[in-house]
Design a protein around this ligand. Structure first.
Ligand SMILES: [Zn+2]
Ligand SMILES: [Zn+2]
Length: 498
């Protein structure tokens, strides 16, 4: 058997966002203010490691009139057109454009090219979910300029929607857009009212969903209204007649986040016909919070780990995810940005609990003791690391017994013949084999029994090597006569097939 070195694969880095800023300053304060703005923006941009400085464009202008030269503005747009910029920062909407129409036109033009405009004072990103709708509203107010925009603001602006709701605003269950506002669909509206009534009377979201399904009532796509849909309905403020904008936003790392007060929330009245009173809605929110807290207390296994499980691969947090009876903890980075951003493997909750028992040398699981003795639990591919409050570190090996979610070869095996992924299959007498995912008519790769794959792995990594495989092997390629284990740190092992 020979060992060959293969070149490691290049990893592609995410390109930095090229960020420019546009500033407009009035003539009388020009010199001071221009220098200040340029330095403000260049610091702001260079401070962010995911950003690349693409310049500050500054025009002089006389406040209150429309007679500005705007040569820098034109240069900015030209550079955007030339593909030199990904994101434009602007102090406020009133600085950006002469009027609403102008502002929207420019922002839309840039958006089509994939360029975002971010307004600092109003905290709006033009590419966010509600960005365009907010711009429509704010730009019309910015013209008046006398108003201060920035805190939570409430409008009665039904007429402003006369042109139609911008793209991406689907009607929630119970409503349809009639060109002027979201009107109640009577049959669906009745269900929404029923959901609120029963929930406020003490029924659970689960029980309500179940009984609706029993009556054959379905949601928009003809699928039954599930527990999560009931919860969504119970937490959607639109049903009170008020539309909330900027419930989510996109952060600097281009990740969508829930707005928990980082940005202003904009409330718009008169867009939805109300189905539920504000008092009932508030009561439902309180009950949801209370029940969520109670549910946590009822399940002592869930609570103790929260916030203390970290990813050994990328350093991010691990969160609990459930699917049926299956409970596992997985990396948030990987969940949000995909496998390329973090190569960690999720861990079953029962395995985590077993690891705690082993480390604590106890048969029972004591949440209070865990919190007192352990400050952090780091999940690696080959082990679970407990950082104790006394400064020591204890480790237990990860378990890969081949069952669901714990097969060491998962997502690593590829076909040398056609390049496709290989899948784990059951062959004769329940024996497991790894076979090309392409149909036999397209690819005739010789199936590899898992027992042989394990033998091959053991010959390179030793017995009980599952954790090491997950940790160190980048890719396993199967051809008709050999198996190649490509290592993450470069190099490879070659196994002659039997
Ligand atoms: Zn991770
Ligand atoms: Zn194949």
């Amino acid at each position: 058997m020979k060992i060959h070195k293969l070149k490691p694969q290049n990893t592609t880095l995410k390109p930095k966002l090229r960020v420019a800023a546009y500033a407009r300053v009035s003539v009388d304060t020009l010199h001071h203010s221009l220098a200040a703005q340029v330095s403000h923006y260049s610091t702001l941009i260079q401070k962010n490691p995911t950003w690349e400085y693409a310049g500050v464009y500054a025009d002089e202008g006389i406040t209150g009139t429309s007679t500005t030269h705007r040569t820098e503005f034109k240069r900015l747009i030209a550079d955007c057109d030339a593909g030199k910029i990904d994101l434009v920062l602007v102090k406020s909407i009133s600085r950006f454009a002469r009027d609403t129409v102008d502002c929207l036109h420019t922002v839309r033009q840039l958006k089509e090219k994939g360029i975002a405009v971010r307004f600092e004072r109003e905290n709006i990103d033009s590419t966010s979910e509600d960005g365009e709708l907010l711009l429509t509203l704010l730009a019309s107010f910015a013209q008046e300029e006398s108003r201060s925009i920035g805190d939570n603001i409430r409008w009665g602006v039904r007429r402003r929607f006369a042109e139609g709701i911008p793209n991406g605003h689907k009607a929630p269950y119970g409503y349809q857009w009639d060109g002027e506002m979201f009107r109640i669909i009577p049959a669906e509206g009745k269900i929404v009212k029923e959901i609120y009534r029963r929930y406020l009377a003490g029924e659970s979201a689960y029980a309500i969903a179940k009984s609706l399904a029993g009556r054959g009532i379905t949601g928009r796509q003809g699928r039954p209204i599930e527990q999560t849909t009931v919860k969504d309905i119970l937490s959607n403020i639109s049903y009170t007649g008020t539309m909330a904008l900027q419930k989510n936003y996109i952060n600097e790392g281009r990740v969508r986040k829930r707005n928990k007060g980082e940005l202003p929330m904009y409330l718009v009245d008169g867009v939805f016909e109300p189905l539920v009173s504000k008092a009932d809605f508030d009561k439902a929110q309180e009950m949801r919070k209370l029940r969520a807290e109670r549910a946590v207390n009822r399940n002592p296994v869930l609570l103790p780990f929260s916030g203390m499980v970290k990813c050994g691969c990328c350093g991010g947090g691990f969160s609990r995810r459930t699917a049926g009876k299956y409970r596992r903890w997985g990396c948030n980075t990987r969940e949000r940005k995909g496998r390329e951003s973090c190569d960690s493997r999720p861990i079953k909750e029962e395995e985590l609990v077993a690891a705690v028992r082993a480390v604590m040398e106890k048969n029972n699981f004591d949440a209070t003791e865990l919190r007192r003795k352990v400050s952090k639990i780091v999940i690696h591919a080959d082990c679970v690391e407990f950082h104790l409050t006394n400064g020591r570190i204890k480790k237990t090996a990860r378990i890969y017994n081949g069952q669901r979610g714990s097969n060491p070869f998962t997502n690593k095996v590829y076909c040398a013949s056609c390049g496709s992924k290989c899948e784990r299959d059951t062959w004769t007498k329940g024996n497991k084999v790894w076979a090309c995912s392409q149909p036999r008519t397209k690819c005739q790769l010789r199936r590899l029994p898992e027992s042989e794959l394990r033998d091959a792995a053991a010959s390179f990594f030793g017995d009980s090597c599952e954790g090491q495989i997950v940790q160190n092997v980048e890719r396993i390629t199967i051809s008709d006569d050999e198996v190649i284990f490509q290592l993450k740190e470069g190099g490879a092992y070659r196994w002659q097939r039997q």
